[in-house]
Design a protein around this ligand. Structure first.
Ligand code: ADP
Ligand code: 3PG
Ligand code: MG
Length: 396
């Protein structure tokens, strides 16, 4: 296992400004946060630093504002949820970070949250300029966002060049848990990939194929495969220009003797408010959206689960936030939980939304392990060294 730099638990941190990179990119809807697991995870760490007299500056990204625009991506609503969880006041810093934090400290404020880091163009570019701006805010930087450590971004990667930097407790815990479980995995190994981050995750599929026996693809990820096989996908979420990637995956699966399982039926609707209809692939119409896997597909996946000894799962199999489209994800969650409890399966799931979906099915306690990391979990599984962890390694 990688050895990462840790902050001495007994170090005097009184009045030390600690910049804590957290992952507050939480599942949410128009009313607020729908699953606060990622915030709860760092609660005790924040409280402990405050008790030791430190000043905590929280920073995180939220969504993809550089692609979709800033509207709806402010961390202001997340601050309100975080204050309730941490049971302490958090000062929200929208701009002029340094000046406003210094003023806040004079007013005896102890916890700050910066506005969405991705509002600054330098964050995703890993620009030295933005990394320096962030570094200038603190005496110590700590990464508590394993789930973001696959991103070579300024708040994860670049910043470590400019300030004393450490891996936080949650990163250590996550690595210890994942390493101990994964070193004990048995074949057949099945990977389930769903969700909606097609562009981020599709390339990972190829690298995982040689390591596993079954690859199940669902969620919006499956829509591109369905389209590639010349079926109508109507208004479904898809990614453009990835036919060659799909062709490659199909070839790789065959040459690695990995069985690829794609939906044979789906649940569609014309609006998100409808109930949804179970359709075979050739029944999908031009104005339909594919929003869940169908019952025949679910049954087929359950058969694969029963033949497996290890399951890795990232990405809900449908638009699970709406009950009408949560059935596929729910049934898979219930079956994995049951097989795990019967000791027939080791089950490891990852992803903020996957965690929320499993929680919705009330089975989060019955999996072997669930990580809040999605893309980072898959990259770690591939055996990649995550850039955000690489820069925190202890050098001999
Ligand atoms: P995770 O956070 O677990 O890594 P992602 O962020 O990749 O997962 O994807 C989760 C999102 O994918 C959820 O909001 C879910 O509603 C969405 N999703 C899954 N299937 C579909 C689908 N068929 N159409 C649209 N969205 C979908
Ligand atoms: C996640 O939700 O997996 C992390 O917050 C990373 O988000 P990103 O895919 O937008 O970088
Ligand atoms: Mg997600």
């Amino acid at each position: 296992m990688q050895s990462l730099r840790r902050l001495d638990k007994n170090k005097n941190i009184k009045n030390t400004k600690i910049l804590l990179r957290v992952d507050f990119n939480v599942p949410r809807n128009s009313e607020g946060v729908t699953d606060a697991t990622k915030i709860i995870k760092v609660k005790e760490i924040i409280i402990n630093f405050i008790k030791r007299g430190a000043i905590v500056i929280l920073c995180s990204h939220l969504g993809r504002p550089q692609v979709k625009g800033k509207e709806g991506f402010s961390l202001a609503p997340i601050k309100i949820a975080a204050e309730k969880i941490i049971e302490a006041e958090i000062a929200f810093i929208e701009k002029d970070f340094k000046k406003n934090i210094e003023e806040g400290i004079k007013e005896n404020k102890k916890i700050f949250l910066l506005e969405n880091l991705r509002f600054d163009i330098g964050e995703e570019k890993d620009s030295d300029e933005f990394a320096k701006t962030l570094a200038s805010l603190c005496d110590i930087y700590i990464n508590e966002a394993f789930s973001c450590s696959h991103r070579k971004h300024a708040s994860i990667h670049g910043i470590t060049k400019f300030v004393d930097s450490y891996a936080g407790e949650t990163i250590q815990e996550e690595l210890v848990a994942l390493n101990s479980i994964v070193s004990d995995t048995q074949k057949p190994i099945t990977c389930i990939i769903g969700g909606s981050k097609i562009s981020t995750k599709i390339d990972l599929i190829n690298n995982l194929l040689p390591k596993i026996d079954f690859m199940i693809i669902g969620g919006a990820m499956a829509n591109n495969f369905i389209k590639y096989n010349n079926y109508e996908v109507g208004q479904s979420k898809i990614e453009e220009n990835i036919n060659s990637t799909i062709k490659n995956i199909l070839q790789q699966a065959e040459s690695n003797n990995c069985k690829l399982i794609l939906p044979t039926d789906v649940v569609t609707a014309k609006t998100f408010e409808e109930k949804g209809i179970n359709k075979t692939l050739d029944e999908v119409e031009k104005d339909d959206m594919i929003l869940d896997i169908g019952q025949e597909t679910t049954n087929q996946i359950i058969l694969v689960l029963k033949q497996s000894r290890t399951i890795f799962w990232n990405g809900p199999l449908g638009f699970f936030e709406k009950d009408s489209f949560a059935k596929g994800t729910n049934q898979i969650s219930l079956n994995i939980a049951e097989l795990t409890q019967e000791k027939k399966l080791i089950s490891i799931a990852g992803g903020g939304d996957t965690f929320a979906a499993i929680k919705k099915s009330k089975k989060e306690k019955n999996f072997t392990y669930i990580s809040t990391a999605g893309g980072a979990f898959l990259e770690w599984l591939e055996g990649k060294i995550l850039p955000g962890l690489k820069v925190l390694e202890i050098k001999n």
